[in-house]
Structure formats: C-alpha cells, structure tokens
Design a protein around this ligand. Structure first.
Ligand code: ADP
Ligand code: MG
Length: 350
C-alpha cells in the first residue's frame, strides 16, 4: 500500500518536474521499477525512445547483476558471501568503482556515511520486510563488524581486488541510486541526448535545460505531507537528492524507527532533522551526502559543507527540522522558491 502511494506521488512529482511551461518538444517517458524503487525517466529529442530503452536495460543490469544485496547472481551478493576471501574485479567493473567512491565519502564524512552497515540494517529488518527493534547488546555486537577500515580495496595489474574482513558486509543502498544516475547520465551523453529528467525515487537528475531554454523546476517533497511540497528548486545539469524519514519506517510502542542509521549507535539517527536535500554536480556524492548530512544534523552538515568546499567539492543543502523550519544554504538563495502555503518557516543561510 505504502509503495503504491509512493509510486503515485512520484508520478505526480515527475509530472510537475516536466510540465511547467514545457512546449511540445519531442519526448518520451518511461516508468521503471528497479532497486526497490519506482523510477520515472523522461528523455527529449529524436533519440528519446532508443535512449530510454538502453537506460532501462542499464538499470535492471545494475540492480540484478551488480548492486542487489538479495539477488543471488549479483556481484555484491558474491562479495558479501566471500567470507573474507579476496575477490578480483576487472578494471572497468562498476562494483569496485562504486566501493571506492563510497569509501571516499565515508572518509570525507568521518564515518557518518558508512557502507558497511549491512548486518545492522538486517537486524532492524529494513532489508527484509521484517521489522524489529534489536537490543543494545545486539547492536553493540554487530557494530564490531562495521566500519570502512574493514574494506580493503586495492588496485591490481588487471583491475581491483576487494576483501571484507571481520565479517563485514556492504549495503550500498545510500549511494546506489545516485551512482546509477551518474552512469545513466554518461550513457545518455554518449547517445547524444542533451535534455532529460531522471527521477530515481527521490534521486533526481536534470540534464541540460528545458526546450524553451529555461531551467528545470524540481518540486522538493514536504516530509510532513508527501502530497505537498516544500518549495521549487530551479536547476540545470544538477542532481537533487532527498533523504528523509517519511518513506521507510515502522512504529513500535509509539516510537517511530526509520532507515537512516547513525553508524556510531547502530540506531536510527536522531539529529533534529526530518529530511535533507542535497544539490550537487555528482549523483553518487549527492546521494551519499544526503544520507550523511541527515546523520550529522544541520550544524554538522554545514561544517562538512565548508570543509568539502575548501577541497573543491561544492554542494547546497535544504534541511527540514523536526520543529518545522526549512533552512537552505546560500547557493540556493535565488534558486529555491519556498512554498509559502506549506506552514513551515523558511530561513536562507549564508
Ligand atoms: P533512500 O534510499 O530511502 O532514498 P537514502 O539515500 O538516505 O534513502 O539511503 C538510505 C539507505 O542507506 C538505507 O536504506 C540503508 O540501505 C543505507 N543506510 C542507512 N544508514 C546509512 C548510513 N549512515 N550510511 C550509509 N548508508 C546508510
Ligand atoms: Mg542517500
């Protein structure tokens, strides 16, 4: 039921993404179900149909053959089942490249993004459709098997080798969709596409501009009422990714437990936020940073933004706090238009 509702909402938002002032440019839209997510892809121009066909194929291959934790044939499944043995990968393989990015972001966020939370997520039942609250002892025992130091990724003569030590297992759910969006973008560019919108379920990429030359307008969902929106971001060639606690959660004894874990505690992050939206030029980073910034909370995320800016990685943020405020960073001052009817108070940060 929840999934059907989510699908419906995504469709509405995908429509609002493309419908504003769009002229009758040639376009094709396709809905794809992959990575446990309803995705809406729209491509403009003559090659639209062929480009969508290959984009859909790429998404299914990525999901089933590479990134799925549950499909027995996937490369990630094999790695997680390797029992500490070293796994050899080719130079052009996607999995080691994605692991390398995930480890870099884990380091950049001081572990707030942690790709090794698989056993902890399993204990909460988020990966199966089984929800339970693990005990503190159980979580402490599981956390001993997590951390990026347990992932050894090395370059070899033929590519890469990966080894997981101390019973570590990877869950790439916080970065996979963003990485997939990066790959789709590269594929579309190769096919000569210059204008497209890809909505991979909350991970949005807008390529180029609308056919009338204006920026795309992306509605950012209201985490308190997902049928409404917080505001509109105007952007071109950007990834806009939201991590929130309104989609995957369960309630027990009146407490709400959601699926973004604080790697320090192994429990759902309590950072005073209900959603974080990241805008940047790279899909994998946008996706993983949205998860990390949710864990870090507004102050920690703003400090991270300054740190990364000093190293040449820029991104913008929209926070929704649990006391009803929407905060957005300076680079969005002109690009973000609040929805004044939403009931939130809005604050533009420096
Ligand atoms: P969604 O996938 O719902 O759009 P996110 O991008 O925020 O949301 O990713 C959340 C997913 O990331 C979880 O379902 C889980 O697979 C994984 N995850 C949860 N907490 C963390 C964390 N601290 N670091 C890395 N991955 C996480
Ligand atoms: Mg994410």
């Amino acid at each position: 039921m929840k999934r059907q509702l989510a699908a419906l909402l995504l469709t509405i938002f995908a429509l609002s993404l493309t419908a504003c002032g769009e002229t009758a440019a040639e376009s094709e839209t396709r809905t794809v179900y992959a990575m446990d997510t309803v995705m809406n892809l729209t491509v403009y121009g003559e090659n639209a149909a062929a480009a969508l066909e290959s984009a859909e194929k790429e998404l299914h291959t990525l999901d089933e053959a590479v990134l799925s934790r549950t499909a027995e044939g996937s490369e990630l499944y094999a790695l997680n089942a390797s029992n500490g043995e070293t796994v050899e990968c080719g130079a052009d393989d996607i999995l080691p490249a994605l692991i390398e990015t995930a480890l870099a972001i884990s380091e950049a966020t001081d572990g707030a993004f942690d790709p090794t939370l698989a056993p902890v997520l399993d204990a909460w039942g988020f990966t199966k459709d089984l929800r339970r609250v693990p005990s503190a002892d159980e979580l402490a025992a599981l956390l001993a098997h997590t951390g990026r130091d347990k992932v050894a990724l090395e370059e070899t003569a033929d590519g890469y080798s990966v080894a997981l030590s101390d019973g570590a297992q990877l869950d790439l759910g916080g970065i996979a969709k963003g990485y997939a969006a990066d790959l789709l973008r590269a594929q579309l560019e190769k096919e000569g596409v210059t204008s497209a919108t890809l909505d991979l379920g909350g991970d949005v990429f807008v390529m180029g501009k609308k056919s009338d030359g204006s920026d795309w307008r992306i509605a950012v969902k209201d985490p308190g009422d997902t049928e409404s929106y917080l505001g509109i971001v105007s952007a071109s060639d950007a990834f806009i990714v939201t991590s929130g606690v309104y989609e995957r959660y369960f309630e027990e004894n009146g407490v709400r437990y959601h699926h973004i874990l604080d790697p320090k505690t192994g429990s759902p992050a309590e950072s005073g936020l209900v959603s974080v939206t990241v805008m940047c030029k790279n899909g994998a980073w946008a996706d993983a940073l949205s998860t990390a910034c949710f864990v870090l909370g507004a102050d920690g995320a703003l400090a991270l933004r300054d740190d990364l800016a000093a190293q040449g990685t820029n991104f913008e943020l929209i926070f929704v706090t649990d006391d009803g405020r929407v905060l957005y960073t300076g680079g969005l001052a002109a690009a973000f238009t609040p929805n004044e009817e939403s009931g939130y108070t809005y604050e533009s940060l420096a």
